[in-house]
Design a protein around this ligand. Sequence first.
Ligand SMILES: [Zn+2]
Length: 119
Amino acid sequence: MEVSLTINYIISTDKDNFWNSENGRLLDEIDSRLDEIFPQELALPNVTSAQFNRRSYIPLREGKNAVKCVVCNNWCCIPKEEYKAEGLSHCRIVNGAPFCESCFWELKEEIADGSFFEK
Ligand SMILES: [Zn+2]
């Protein structure tokens, strides 16, 4: 069996402090630091092999590829949009209100019967 492990960070920075504006790549110092922080292989109990696969960096553009959940205020992605922010919960929009998967699951009865929107 193979398992994809995703660890997600929300980074707040000016884009010029993260990407090189001339070539669109990560700044060398950011790239080097990420290589230092995240090893190429993880040693985990009862796991034969845990190899690095890939990193991705997607700018969060509110209302374009991501929105904040109306309940917990965490980012969630709009799955149908281009440049989907991997690692974020998928967003469900009900009556124009975005819900992350966790909040949608916890409140699904109140959302379905409309009582959530009466608050
Ligand atoms: Zn939520």
